[in-house]
Design a protein around this ligand. Structure first.
Ligand code: TRP
Length: 368
């Protein structure tokens, strides 16, 4: 039987590179997700091409830039989104041109990579083009400028998401930048009523063939308690306070008799808008589980409880972890970086696990 890896060009000499390491992981995840071999190879090649020069960087060298995308600075992260009513979807998030040249140069190269991918798959970038100048100024600031996520659907054409940095013109201008973008995109109501939070982290745009393309606003909640989380969602028909609190408690491993502040790394929420009424049609809560557990074995146990609660078979997640790394789960923490609960109008709730490549480093277990 021909393995997926045979469809890729052989790695040069025996050097492990970011590209070869993440390509092998992506191919293995694609296979688990039931994608066709040729499609999987094409997706993997496309991600590698979009990564640009960083794909060929040897893993014997330190990361070229302290990418904010993942804890060990690998510019690629995977995620699997599970729901009771359909097969899991595999997604890959990456930072094109990570660390190439100056921030201005890498942001230009990243934008070119996005247009290259979009052109290849016939995906319209109109929404993004409307706000590009706001988020990719001549001298971009902040921890990143453009990330791309692909939902790797069967059929050979992915759905694309672009992640933009509200702090591109300085953190002090983040709110102004987001409001300007909302107005340009016709979201006047959302502009007058931004979601709660202490920091605007991302503005994301769905590009391509989505049934209902969303504009998404991500905010952080430093020191949030599970009980206070209950009221953060503004989506009608979204998770009720009890459901949200219980998700946070399970993911963060808090006991029912305590209501601790989650101070180690903030919980995040995302509101998604599909129309211009200002009423969100999607809401997601993200718990950075890696800071609230001793090791990945513990995180997986919590994920299994959550998947079970939503009627989802956990074997897909177990297999995915095994496909990413042979290391015992107890030997590190952060292979699962976030667990998220996503609600979207008209769909069953989803549990999403964000999965690290660990190309550079495994974070040792947390001592408590
Ligand atoms: N690494 C960053 C963080 O941990 C950004 C990030 C990557 C992120 N994947 C994510 C944030 C998934 C929320 C959910 O915050």
């Amino acid at each position: 039987m021909t393995g997926l890896n045979e469809l890729l060009p052989p790695p040069k000499a025996a050097t492990r590179t970011i590209g070869s390491h993440t390509a092998r992981q992506l191919l293995a995840l694609c296979e688990l997700a039931g994608l066709d071999r040729r499609e999987s190879a094409a997706y993997t090649r496309a991600v590698n091409a979009a990564l640009g020069p960083v794909a060929d960087r040897s893993l014997d060298l330190p990361p070229g830039t302290p990418s904010f995308l993942s804890d060990d600075h690998t510019p690629v992260e995977f995620s699997l989104s599970f729901s009771a009513d359909r097969a899991p979807t595999l997604r890959v998030l990456f930072e094109p041109a990570s660390g190439f040249g100056t921030p201005a140069e890498s942001s230009r190269l990243a934008l070119r990579a996005l247009h290259g991918l979009a052109g290849h798959w016939g995906i319209s970038t109109e929404q993004l083009d409307t706000v590009t100048d706001l988020f990719l100024p001549d001298e971009p600031q902040g921890a990143f400028s453009l990330w791309i996520a692909l939902e790797l659907l069967p059929g050979g054409t992915p759905r694309m998401k672009a992640y933009l940095n509200p702090a591109a013109n300085g953190a002090a201008h983040a709110e102004h930048t987001v409001r300007a973008a909302l107005r340009r995109l016709g979201h006047h109501h959302a502009d007058s009523d931004l979601p709660e939070g202490d920091q605007l982290l991302f503005l994301a745009l769905d590009l391509g063939d989505w049934p209902e393309p969303r504009l998404k606003i991500y905010t952080t909640h430093h020191g949030l308690t599970p009980a206070a989380a209950g009221t953060l969602g503004r989506m009608p028909g979204g998770p009720g306070p009890a459901e949200l609190e219980s998700f946070l408690r399970t993911a963060a491993g808090t006991t029912p008799d305590t209501n601790p502040r989650l101070t180690l790394r903030p919980v995040q929420t995302c509101h998604g808008y599909t129309d211009t009424t200002g009423v969100p049609s999607a809401f997601t809560a993200y718990v950075p589980v890696r800071d609230y557990a001793r090791h990945d074995g513990e995180v997986l146990d919590r994920a299994v409880v959550l998947l079970d609660r939503y009627g989802i078979d956990p074997s897909g997640l177990r297999n995915a972890l095994g496909a990413l790394t042979p290391r015992p789960l107890e030997d590190g923490v952060g292979l699962i970086s976030y667990l998220a609960l996503a609600h979207q109008h008209g769909r069953a709730p989803r549990i999403t696990a964000y999965l690290s490549s660990e190309a550079y480093r495994v974070r040792p277990p947390n001592v408590r």
